[in-house]
Design a protein around this ligand. Structure first.
Ligand SMILES: [Zn+2]
Length: 161
């Protein structure tokens, strides 16, 4: 099985959002209160907000893919500072908790590998995610919410030294 890590947004991006109250495209961040257990996934700690927690909503400039398949994504972020997710071979809780996710694999040239794409419940994502990571063409995988299409996390192989 390929070793992997779920990659959160950079700390610098999270801190800039919180400090400037603007997203990557200059929009004012929306401040919202989480009103359900699984509906407010933070892209920094990769945990779902607890109901009542203050969250920020803004548009995020995905690092990759670049080129033809590039797209920005709406993201939630804890309004308070939170610790970036940093575990290996552990699926991000926000992916596991989502009712319908989209697995999107990309090659080293940032082109989408359509045959590795898959839509399923987050709780059942392990097999299609491992299939995508095991494919030698895959450079990285982005997991999105399947209905609105928002990025949940990038997933990369862990390359042992
Ligand atoms: Zn968080």
């Amino acid at each position: 099985m390929a070793r992997y890590r779920c990659v959160p947004i950079d700390e610098a991006v999270a801190e800039r959002f919180r400090r400037d109250a603007r997203d990557d495209f200059g929009n004012p961040l929306r401040r919202v209160e989480a009103s359900s257990a699984n509906g407010f996934p933070c892209r920094r700690c990769l945990h779902c907000a607890e109901p009542g927690e203050a969250m920020l909503l803004g548009s995020y400039d995905l690092g990759r893919p670049r080129g033809i398949y590039w797209a920005p994504s709406p993201i939630f972020l804890h309004a308070r500072s939170c610790r970036g997710f940093a575990a290996e071979d552990v699926l991000a809780p926000i992916i596991r908790a989502n009712t319908l996710v989209s697995v999107r694999a990309y090659d080293a040239g940032d082109l989408c590998l359509y045959d590795l794409g898959h839509v399923c419940a987050g709780a059942e994502v392990d097999a299609p995610l491992m299939r995508a990571l095991a494919d030698p063409r895959t450079a990285f995988v982005n997991v999105h919410t399947a209905r609105p299409g928002c990025l949940l996390a990038r997933v990369e192989r862990v390359v042992s030294a």
